[in-house]
Design a protein around this ligand. Structure first.
Ligand code: NJP
Length: 231
């Protein structure tokens, strides 16, 4: 298709896999994150656009939308994927770490949606796909701050879904379990994780699935996790 998609957090992990898959499906992909070199390399592969931006910065975010429209003249899809996390007992968290995690996961999602929803409402069309987390639906030790941020993101998207549905706008939330990425400063590719973790491309396929739903169908929520993972 000739659809234009913004993918945040596209420099690596789930966002990168999603950008590559959507480009392969024929979309024009705008890759967004803070790492210019990685984005340029990706944009070369996807023949798309790379825009360096911090999703916590409202000016950066507005620039992403403006640049996309200047370059392609349209915008159809937002994949809200940029996210961070770290895991410790509650009392060991610095309050600055709370701020960092909430800034990216909650405010970043808020700012991206805020910048795009007016356009989607005006064109009475558009699809927001957010990468939330299965921990938004459960709890686990050391996950207090990350879980709180992902639950906040989830609650925001649930309300937004109801606000924009009358305008024909779709909001799909994907809840992954463990995925083998760079998340939490890890290095992906350890063969031992093959049985316990999904691959970024598994989540990219889930994004493709929700985007390919016919016009009269919306996938509100999609939970996806490794078969070995209890939830
Ligand atoms: O992580 P990683 P994932 N502004 O670290 C970007 C959720 N999730 O792919 O800015 C803009 O490989 C960062 O780019 P850069 C998770 O909560 C994961 O696993 O260049 N971009 C990079 O491209 C998150 O929402 C698991 O550093 C910012 C990307 O985000 C999503 O999946 C399980 C940014 C992170 O890539 C993708 O994470 C689950 C900012 N301020 C949910 N800060 C899992 N991996 O197990 C970061 O349930 N980025």
């Amino acid at each position: 298709t000739n659809q234009v998609a913004i993918v945040t957090g596209a420099s690596r992990g789930i966002g990168k896999a999603t950008a590559l898959l959507l480009a392969m499906q024929g979309a024009s992909v705008v890759a967004v994150s803070r790492s210019t070199d990685e984005l340029e390399e990706l944009a070369h592969k996807t023949r798309g656009l790379a825009i360096t931006a911090d999703v916590c910065d409202e000016i950066d975010v507005q620039n992403v939308v403006a640049e996309t429209l200047r370059h392609y003249g349209r915008l159809d899809i937002l994949v809200c994927n940029a996210g961070v996390g770290s895991f410790s007992p509650l009392e060991e968290f610095e309050s600055a770490e709370w701020d960092r995690i909430f800034d990216v996961n909650v405010k970043g999602t808020f700012l991206m949606c805020k910048a795009i929803v007016p356009l989607f409402k005006e064109q009475r069309r558009g699809h927001i796909v957010a990468i939330a987390s299965d921990v938004a639906k459960r709890t686990f030790p050391n996950g207090t701050v990350y879980g709180a941020s992902k639950s906040a993101q989830d609650a925001m998207l649930g309300s937004l879904r109801k606000e924009v549905r009358p305008f024909g706008i779709k909001v799909s939330t994907i809840y992954p379990g463990l995925v083998d990425t760079y998340f939490n400063d890890r290095q992906p590719g350890n063969p031992e994780l093959e049985k316990t973790h999904l691959k970024p491309s598994d989540i990219a396929q889930a994004v493709r699935y929700v985007l390919e739903a016919p016009a009269h169908v919306v996938v509100d929520e999609l939970m996806i996790h490794p078969i070995t993972q209890e939830w």
